[in-house]
Design a protein around this ligand. Structure first.
Ligand code: DC
Length: 228
């Protein structure tokens, strides 16, 4: 970095667009901290589920929010770990059920409010690449770089299926596609902080690009705006 200030890169986009894979890769390359904000919503959803509270139960969720003690830690390889009340739940939050719960619970204003400062605090003190749904629009409206990363629903479903297969979670293509489309709809139509491209975000559609090409395209966008 050529100066002493901190920089932030905001990456938003629908489920399965490759945000986390690419952001992780670039963060390592550029020496930035990678922040996966979806994991934070997943962890809140996981806690509520554990306590028998449904993600749409507004009163129940609000009542239990203060019991949620979240901590983000990083492994030697830069991988993000989520600690919930001292327990590492990094693996547990990565199931299709938790994807759905996280999407539903994230529509609750109290949950978004609860997590806002935590996300902003990290960006205040570190160079970050932060991915999510509302990073460029709400969490870091002053981000130095904003990228809206997307790909067609079918391509995203194919990629998600491969990812899940690698983890031994086999599902049919139709089921994965249907889950992705349902989540797109839920995330894009909620009343508060819906997923949308920020006015000043660069659109990157990776439907026709492989991982290497997508990372290179993203790096070029960042390099135009940050003195690396
Ligand atoms: O990125 P992900 O698939 O792990 O996110 C899970 C859900 O969390 C997503 O469907 C919507 C919600 N989310 C959000 O509302 N805002 C964010 N910044 C990140 C995720």
């Amino acid at each position: 970095m050529k100066d002493n200030r901190v920089y932030s890169v905001a990456i938003d986009g629908p489920a399965g667009a490759g945000k986390s894979t690419m952001a992780k890769c670039l963060a390592r390359k550029l020496g930035f901290v990678y922040v996966d904000t979806g994991a934070i919503y997943r962890t809140v959803g996981y806690h509520m589920n554990l306590m028998g509270i449904g993600p749409r139960d507004k009163d129940g969720v609000e009542r239990l929010l203060d019991d949620v003690n979240l901590k983000i830690t990083y492994g030697d390889d830069g991988s993000q770990h989520m600690l919930l009340n001292g327990f590492d739940v990094t693996e547990e939050i990565r199931t299709p059920e938790m994807s759905k719960i996280a999407s539903e619970i994230s529509a609750q204003p109290a949950v978004r409010e609860f997590l806002l400062d935590m996300q902003r605090d990290i960006a205040r003190t570190h160079n970050v690449i932060m991915d999510g749904r509302d990073i460029g629009t709400v969490v870091l409206p002053q981000a130095d770089v904003k990228i809206y990363l997307t790909a067609s629903a079918r391509i995203r479903a194919e990629r998600r299926m491969k990812e899940q297969e690698a983890k031994g979670q086999k599902q049919s293509f139709e089921k994965v596609l249907q889950e992705i489309e349902a989540r797109d709809h839920q995330d894009m139509t909620r009343a508060i902080a819906p997923l949308k491209q920020a006015k000043d975000a660069v659109l990157l559609d990776t439907s026709e690009l492989n991982l290497e090409e997508s990372v290179a395209a993203m790096e070029a966008i960042i390099a135009q705006r940050i003195p690396l």
